[in-house]
Design a binder for this molecule. Structure first.
Ligand SMILES: Cc1ncc(COP(=O)(O)O)c(C=O)c1O
Length: 421
């Protein structure tokens, strides 16, 4: 490589956030960007004061204790204190027990996913994904180039189980080195990008299939708390269907959670909830055991946030805002969606998946929406490993306030109408 080429590669733009300098720049004022799945500044504003208080609280505790363990390598899975706070909070939200013994602290669901694959999955094996799936997860899988990635058909209830079983039957092998020969990467609750929630029936059958063919199901459970339909009766996470009382129970499901959507993405905090036989290999992995708890300092602040009650209040504020935003956007879409198009109203989470007539390409709609209406969204093929789903696209309700979302949803319907005429 010439020194000139080297120089070009090394040149750096001064970026302030993940979306900076790209089409996804959601802070760009001239365009209403519906592409991004992250809270906006109005929802992050409160973080400065709650983190300031949590920091003071935590530092006082460190000074009092005198060992300054917060600044030492942490226990592999995280301290009892933070795991206990998370377990208590999740048990209350899920209306289903979460045990602190099952939790491993991560730096978010992306880290969790990478850790799960590298720890458990045979590198000659298989990752089964939905035909429309969170697109960056695909990049995580591609970091393991010998893994074979296979898409599964998706319905409004979850995946097509017969199709999945055929694939499991024909590909199963015995892994010599790893616990599992294959893994299904699932987003069963308020799915990204389609917004669907897998039915209980599909969840139960998935657990049976995982046991029968001995695969792991790794669920990205990053939206579960954002249940707008009936907060007292939340959708059951797939993990809870893998019940220890069953005679054939071994532990085939892992729940991979995150505080990115409910507190702040910048703090890089998440957790894995894993059955006992899976927790041990995770915490014994080189990645974890060499450095101890991957985010010990922030985990300490998070514990204080929960002890002080400010995490709970902050999450509730975000929840209320998202709930308003989802309902407001869906109302406008329901009233104005042009004929021939449809969407499934999500019961929670961030995303609405809009379907144009089969023969239309949402990339063409995007050109019109950007040029004339100044709206950005993510075309469906971005979520498909086979470059399908062109007639669909995803919008996110997370970033912008309700009023702007309502105006934009109306303009979007007008753009669709013009596009179809
Ligand atoms: C399904 C899913 N998993 C993982 C992530 C990323 O989570 P984290 O910020 O915790 O790494 C996202 C964010 O969009 C997501 O939608």
């Amino acid at each position: 490589m010439s020194s000139e080429e080297n120089y070009k590669i090394r040149q750096e733009k001064s970026l302030n956030h993940l979306f900076d300098g790209s089409l996804l720049n959601v802070y760009e004022k001239n365009i209403v960007n519906l592409g991004v799945g992250a809270p906006g500044p109005d929802l992050l504003e409160n973080c400065t004061s709650i983190f300031e208080n949590a920091t003071s609280h935590r530092m006082a505790k460190e000074n009092e204790n005198g060992n300054f363990f917060l600044f030492q390598y942490g226990p592999n899975d995280g301290t009892f204190g933070v795991r206990n706070e998370i377990a208590k909070y999740l048990s209350d939200q899920y209306k289903s027990p979460v045990f602190h013994e099952d939790i491993v602290i991560t730096t978010g669901a992306t880290h969790g996913l990478h850790l799960i694959i590298s720890t458990f999955i045979d590198f000659e094996g298989y990752i089964f994904i939905d035909e429309a799936v969170y697109f960056i997860a695909i990049n995580v899988f591609r970091q393991f180039p010998t893994l074979k990635i296979i898409p599964l058909r998706l319905t409004n209830e979850g995946i097509d189980l017969d199709h999945f079983e055929e694939l499991l039957k024909s590909n199963k092998f015995h892994s010599k080195g790893k616990l599992f020969w294959g893994m299904y990467y699932a987003i069963p609750t308020y799915h990204n990008p389609t917004g669907i929630t897998f039915s209980d029936k599909v969840c139960k059958s998935l657990v049976s299939l995982a046991r029968k063919y001995d695969i792991l199901i790794a669920c990205d459970d990053v939206y579960n708390i954002l249940n707008y339909k009936d907060p007292l009766n939340p959708a059951k996470r797939l993990y809870s269907f893998d019940t220890v009382e069953d005679p054939d129970y071994k532990g085939h499901v892992i729940s991979n959670g995150s505080f990115s959507k409910i507190i702040s993405p910048g703090i890089r905090m998440g957790w894995i909830e894993a059955p006992p036989r899976c927790k041990k290999p995770l915490v014994d992995s080189g990645l974890i055991s060499s450095g101890g708890c991957t985010n010990n300092y922030t985990a300490g602040l998070l514990e204080s946030l929960f002890t002080l009650g400010s995490a709970q209040t902050h999450i509730k504020t975000l929840y209320n805002a998202y709930c308003d935003r989802m309902k407001a956007t869906c109302e406008v879409l329901k009233e104005n969606m042009p004929e021939g198009c449809s969407f499934h109203e999500p019961e929670g989470g961030y995303f609405i998946w809009i379907k144009l007539p089969e023969d239309k390409d949402s990339n063409d709609l995007l050109k019109l929406a950007m040029d004339k209406y100044k709206i950005f969204f993510l075309p469906g093929n971005r979520f498909s490993i086979e470059n399908k789903m062109q007639n669909c696209f995803r919008i996110s309700i997370a970033f912008h306030p309700s009023d702007l979302l309502k105006q934009t949803a109306l303009k979007l319907c007008q753009a669709i109408q013009e596009f179809l005429n």
